[in-house]
Design a protein around this ligand. Structure first.
Ligand SMILES: Nc1ncnc2c1ncn2[C@@H]1O[C@H](COP(=O)(O)OP(=O)(O)OP(=O)(O)O)[C@@H](O)[C@H]1O
Length: 250
């Protein structure tokens, strides 16, 4: 396995009854990378993310942690340590302070709750319940909670959907800061503009399969009929006939 990979999926599949939600998906994400997963509604993106987070078990294939030898350590398969996917669904009745305190499992020395609140612009909301937070601040809290847990890998499912322009910009500046601290981030998004601007590599899903994977420049270069944007890549690999066999540009 690539020494710089932080997570690798090898041929993973997930069925719901007879429905094939994820079909034989393989890819790897490198340490410190911002990797985006795109595709139509129902393409299997969230199901894939849930498997990477360890919340859903694949029916076939492996999710492999860094340095793991499949033959030597079979008992550790499908258990990727330190991957975090925030979920505030069950926290509506808790205050911002309570949520952050709950996630601060490994406070670094000198780290104060107040610093986290300030960094994420949450100071004036610290005593509010999650259900009364403005939408954009819920997403900030999700990130703050994630970082309080100090994971190596952060999995984000459409975190900027519904955010106003300023909140989106603030959110992406926080993600940039996390990357500069060496965090690896996998994000599902329908916003081609923000992915084009911020992500290192993109995986395109169509009907459960990964039809293309690579840098934006590499994917654009492989487009058979030209096109200069991620939208063109999306239309070819997520909607059109592209990628009968997975295209990898690196
Ligand atoms: N627990 C489940 N039971 C049955 N079917 C499911 C379950 N979870 C997902 N599915 C189905 O699997 C398919 C893929 O769903 P998934 O949520 O992964 O898609 P998605 O690409 O994330 O879509 P969206 O962009 O709309 O969020 C969908 O048809 C969905 O209805």
């Amino acid at each position: 396995m690539d020494k710089t990979a932080v997570i690798e999926a090898r041929g993973i599949c997930k069925h719901f009854g007879s429905y094939r939600a994820v079909v034989d998906v393989s890819f790897r994400v490198k340490r410190g990378e911002l990797f985006a997963i795109i595709g139509k509604n129902g393409a299997g993106k969230s199901t894939l993310l849930n498997m990477l987070a360890g919340e859903l078990q694949p029916d076939a294939g492996y999710i492999v942690a860094p340095g793991l030898d499949v033959a030597e350590e079979p008992e550790k398969l499908r258990k990727v340590p330190n991957a975090y996917m925030p979920n505030l669904l069950n926290m509506d009745g808790q205050t911002v302070n309570e949520v952050l305190a709950k996630y601060r499992r490994y406070p670094k020395s000198g780290e104060r709750l107040q610093d986290t609140l300030e960094m994420y612009g949450l100071n004036s909301y610290s005593r509010l319940h999650v259900n009364s937070l403005p939408h954009g601040f819920k997403h900030r809290l999700v990130l703050a909670a994630a970082m309080a847990a100090d994971p190596e890998l952060l999995l984000l499912d459409e975190p900027t959907t519904g955010l106003d322009v300023e909140s989106k910009q603030h959110y992406w500046s926080l993600l940039s800061q996390l990357r500069s601290e060496g965090k690896t981030i996998i994000i599902v998004s329908h916003d081609m503009n923000e992915i084009s601007r911020h992500c290192d590599r993109v995986g395109v899903m169509k009907a459960g399969t990964l039809t293309a994977c690579g840098s934006l420049a590499g994917l654009i270069e492989k487009l058979p009929y030209g096109g200069l944007t991620l939208e063109a890549v999306y239309m070819h690999y997520a909607v059109g006939a592209g990628g009968g066999v997975e295209i990898k540009t690196e």
